[in-house]
Design a protein around this ligand. Structure first.
Ligand SMILES: Nc1ncnc2c1ncn2[C@@H]1O[C@H](COP(=O)(O)OP(=O)(O)OP(=O)(O)O)[C@@H](O)[C@H]1O
Ligand SMILES: O=P(O)(O)OC[C@H]1O[C@H](OP(=O)(O)OP(=O)(O)O)[C@H](O)[C@@H]1O
Ligand SMILES: [Mg+2]
Length: 282
């Protein structure tokens, strides 16, 4: 049975559960459930602190985990990222009161507060900066106001939390993060159960990113229409009973669907339909 670590709370928890539900896995009924056996899919889920997930996976106790790239980097565990999940996108950045510093090199002699001390110490060292690092569990933005630190290094999504604390980003991000699937670094990449899980997650990502588009067009415009809707491999073309016309079916990126429909219409296509997908296997 595949053993998978999931974030039991925080910013990763709900979108991870939503993705697994779309992939057909069982859901826990109560947030206090820490282990969930999904016998039908031969998977056991362990709900853990997001920061601990890479440690469990790196130790080999669990096969896979869903965590943040920033948390994986901080863990220093022997785990690696094997799939990007396209949610919980953020940057991990320095911030300070305007005028404090323009670049990481200006932090020499200052104190940096963060929940990611390993990541920050390494970044400072890589930049040859001698600064103190103070580890805090959360709400680190407040550390500057309270005089605990001169600078913070934290997760930034919209920047609202920083602005409300009177801080602004300093320098380039230390890293950009998103939710990822992790596995132990030396694990064999070829277990059928792991490949099946990844295929299901990939199926959810594709179903979210693409829509199915159908339309009818006269053969004389077909080549130009197909150039607008090339599909992932190649569109399906079926003859219509009405002479000289064909029906085309192709996957298109959901975000471009409306523009493509306008362009197809202008080209002479009619009966242009888009349908959302629930799941897929490419
Ligand atoms: N506002 C946000 N937008 C996007 N991603 C976020 C946001 N806040 C946190 N994350 C991401 O979520 C992951 C874990 O952060 P989260 O705050 O949920 O856990 P935690 O701080 O360890 O737990 P908690 O704060 O609940 O004790 C990290 O990968 C982080 O990048
Ligand atoms: O840029 P924003 O959109 O404002 O989001 C970033 C904030 O979200 C997270 O906080 P969280 O709610 O996890 O609290 P924590 O700091 O206590 O972990 C993160 O630590 C930042 O503080
Ligand atoms: Mg947090």
């Amino acid at each position: 049975m595949l053993r998978i670590a999931l974030p039991h709370k925080g910013a990763l928890s709900e979108p991870a559960s939503a993705m697994l539900q779309e992939a057909g896995y069982a859901q826990r009924k109560d947030r206090r459930e820490l282990v969930l056996v999904d016998a039908a899919n031969d998977v056991e889920f362990f709900f853990l602190r997001p920061g601990d997930i890479a440690v469990y996976v790196g130790s080999g106790k669990l096969d896979l985990g869903i965590t943040g790239r920033d948390l994986l980097a901080e863990s220093g565990a022997g785990a690696e990222e094997i799939m990007q999940l396209d949610f919980a996108r953020s940057t991990f950045s320095y911030a300070a009161v305007p005028g404090t510093a323009e670049d990481v090199r200006d932090f020499a002699g200052m104190t940096v507060a963060t929940s990611f001390p390993g990541l920050v110490a390494k970044h400072l060292a890589d930049n040859g900066v001698d600064a103190a690092v103070v580890r805090l569990d959360g709400a680190v933005e407040t550390a500057v106001q309270l005089g605990v630190a001169d600078v913070v290094a934290d997760v930034v999504e919209t920047g609202t939390t920083l602005r409300q604390a009177g801080l602004e980003i300093v320098g380039a991000p230390i890293l950009t993060s998103e939710a990822v699937v992790v596995r132990r670094t030396e694990a064999s990449a070829d277990e059928p159960e792991v490949r099946r899980f990844l295929r299901r997650m990939q199926g959810v990502l594709v179903a979210r990113r693409y829509v199915m588009m159908d339309y009818d067009i006269h053969v004389e415009h077909l080549e130009r229409a197909v150039a607008l809707t090339p599909g992932l491999e190649s569109p399906t073309i079926s003859p219509l009973h009405h002479g000289g016309w064909v029906a085309v079916r192709s996957m298109v990126p959901a975000r471009q669907a409306q523009q493509i429909m306008d362009d197809l219409y202008e080209l002479g296509a009619r009966a242009i339909l888009t349908t959302s997908m629930h799941a897929c296997r490419l």
